[in-house]
Design a protein around this ligand. Structure first.
Ligand SMILES: CC(C)(COP(=O)(O)OP(=O)(O)OC[C@H]1O[C@@H](n2cnc3c(N)ncnc32)[C@H](O)[C@@H]1OP(=O)(O)O)[C@@H](O)C(=O)NCCC(=O)NCCS
Length: 171
């Protein structure tokens, strides 16, 4: 099948790539990004995703949007956001900012930018899970308008912990 025919069979989606203010640039994650991404993942999480898991997201082009957040003038990956988009809903599966860059607004800027693009792409609802003890992430999600929809008991391991399920209507 020619590429143009394949494209015509898919719903048209605007690219999520782009610049937000002049601070960060967002583009799709590539295999060659994985060393930097894994460094951040291991610094940020007690039960980090493996390289194979990230690779699976990169390859799952039908529904997965693994995006890297690049510092515009330092030209380095400072974080990532990974979504699944299924129809008009999106699920955040992973988000992290390198510890050296946390608390400087990058997480908020990146998520606001991504949500704006998702809204343009027809997404109406975003959901995610977060450890109940992850106060900084909870504060960020609440600031962005997420509310708690429920609790998943003992959802996480290392350490075992409940998850809040949070949701946000985009329109
Ligand atoms: C959660 C995370 C993505 C936030 O990114 P960040 O760039 O550090 O956050 P920002 O600087 O953009 O902060 C935006 C808002 O988040 C909240 N926030 C961020 N860090 C916080 C902290 N240490 N304490 C309390 N609130 C915090 C605040 O509401 C803040 O807004 P404010 O500055 O007006 O108070 C980042 O801390 C991170 O990568 N943590 C480790 C991985 C992780 O927990 N990911 C989420 C898994 S669900």
């Amino acid at each position: 099948m020619s590429p143009s025919i394949t494209e015509n069979l898919r719903p048209r989606r605007k690219s999520l790539e782009g610049q937000n203010s002049s601070l960060i640039f967002i583009r799709r994650m590539r295999d060659e990004d994985l060393p930097e991404v894994l460094t951040i993942e291991n610094l940020c999480f007690s039960n980090p995703w493996s390289k194979e898991t990230f690779r699976g997201e990169i390859q799952n082009k039908a529904i997965s949007f693994p995006l890297v957040v690049i510092h515009s003038w330092q030209k380095r990956i400072i974080g990532y956001v990974i979504f699944w988009q299924i129809g008009d809903e999106a699920q955040i599966n992973n988000v992290a900012i390198h510890p050296d860059y946390q608390g400087q607004g990058f997480g908020e800027i990146a998520l606001r930018y991504v949500f704006e693009r998702l809204r343009e792409n027809g997404v109406h609802f975003v959901c995610l899970e977060v450890r109940v003890s992850n106060l900084s992430a909870l504060a960020l999600y609440r600031k962005l308008g997420f509310t708690v929809l429920g609790v998943r008991k003992e959802y996480y391991t290392n350490p075992v912990e409940d998850a809040y399920v949070m949701g946000l209507m985009l329109d």
